[in-house]
Design a protein around this ligand. Sequence first.
Ligand code: FAD
Length: 530
Amino acid sequence: MSQPRGQVPVAVVGAGPAGATAANLLGCYGVETLVIDRDRGIVDYPRAIGIDDESVRVLQTAGLAGEIMADAIQNVPLKFFGSSGRCFASVQPSVREFGWYKRNIFLQPLAEAALRRGLGRFPHVRTWFGTELTGLDQGEDGVTLHLAGRDPVQARYVIAADGGRSGIRHHLGITLDGDTQPRQWVVIDCAADPVDAPWTGLHCDPRRPYVSARLPYGHRRWEFMLHPGEDGESPAKVTELLGYHLPDPASAGVVRTRVYTHHARLARTFVAGRVALAGDAAHLMPPWAGQGMNTGIRDAANLAWKLAAIVRGQAGHGLLASYDQERRPHAKAMIDLSVMLGRVLSPAHRPVALARDQLLRAASLVPGAADWITQMRFKPRPRYRDGFFTGPDAGAMFIQPMVENGRRQRVRLDEALGDWFAVIGYGCDPLARVDTAGRALVELLGARVVKIVESRAGDARRDGRRPGLCVIEDADNILRGWFAARSRDVAVLRPDRYVAALTTQRELGQALADLESHPGLARVPAHGPR
Ligand SMILES: Cc1cc2nc3c(=O)[nH]c(=O)nc-3n(C[C@H](O)[C@H](O)[C@H](O)COP(=O)(O)OP(=O)(O)OC[C@H]3O[C@@H](n4cnc5c(N)ncnc54)[C@H](O)[C@@H]3O)c2cc1C
């Protein structure tokens, strides 16, 4: 798609986890991108330590999961301790439905450094670190970015990933609705970990709730609620707080200390014209569910392919509206979960705390309720109610089991599908009964067409393939069960691995026609790119 001279297709403002993930994905999709951050280095104060399966899957698409997870501790339990110090609930999900463990502990500065290094892989992604955005104007065809010490830059679309205090959000007049919590917390990261507790502990002591978490490389995170008037950053207070738990707080090797106020806030819209808010610029939540950065990474995954499709002419500008439609309610659900966990962690009164301990201990003895806690079913599912998909069974993230690719290598599903659209048929060529209009849409979307065969189906079952059909094997027979449970055999998968349509070989043509009439594809020519 041609751009006016000097106009960059996508500019990303802010290279924190949300912006840098989006820029890496745009790099993978081959989109010319400009990344701007006012800081040359990365934020090194204590922030995220929990990264979930959905985020790691996104990093996998960006080609960075291996590097980032090499610095992480995978599959870490989360334990809740009551006022008496007894554990009353334990969360350790055993399933890896999206290909990765649900609870992993990492160090945000190391991951951010890997994300920034990742940008160097793409000659079409330029980085201007040490460059501050001072303002922006939107016109019919694009956005003008005003930068300190540089000439203005034109972009067709802008991702505003400029953090919780987003100047862009402010400039656009988008309000951040919600609450700011009255209590402050101090976060203390230590280089030494004398505590034998290889989990994340939420200690729900009404006198002073605290969090204690083992971090990679022998570090430990402590977070303590502060009472009014306490100076959580003073060395004496830090020593006092650690002294309740460590025999020798001086040897804990305090690396950083920072006091935080917690917010539960959501931007009124995630999209204004050609600008889309992502990450903390769009939502702020207390850290108890470990979902702030994860929610931002999900924004990045949702937004990057949509902008890539729009600037490449595979979709219309209308597709951007589905970003707000899909991501805003999901981010709200994560805020609500974080607030709810905060209430469990720090109830206002001791009797409430005792009742909570008893209730959750009793729940952990009831099989269904125990599973809800242990398997982390309280976390909102990656599923959208409205957006770019068709049919009541679509809109959820597709599973990611192991498969055998055409070269007989055992890989995660997404590695076999590639990083863009895919149309997959279980035991069938999904396009076998699709007419030319449907095939033209599949071609326009650039979808990989895949036949999945049973594990050890033998070469005979792989034969008879037509050119352009890729055959992969369902290594652990998980996909067979998934499709059988839904009585369908074909799925259209989006680049972010959400299901755009779940159907049968016979009805795929109709599902493709429905997708084609979605407002997101409205300006796309009906039969292939012009
Ligand atoms: C104590 C604590 C614990 C947390 N724990 C977790 C956790 O376990 N799991 C989790 O998922 N999340 C957690 N979070 C939240 C997580 O750290 C944030 O959600 C995440 O860092 C936000 O990323 P972002 O990319 O949206 O914004 P940021 O990381 O804030 O990045 C914004 C970037 O924009 C740049 N910028 C700003 N303004 C301009 C401008 N005008 N011009 C150019 N550049 C600009 C900044 O320099 C910065 O680099 C925690 C947070 C805290 C404070």
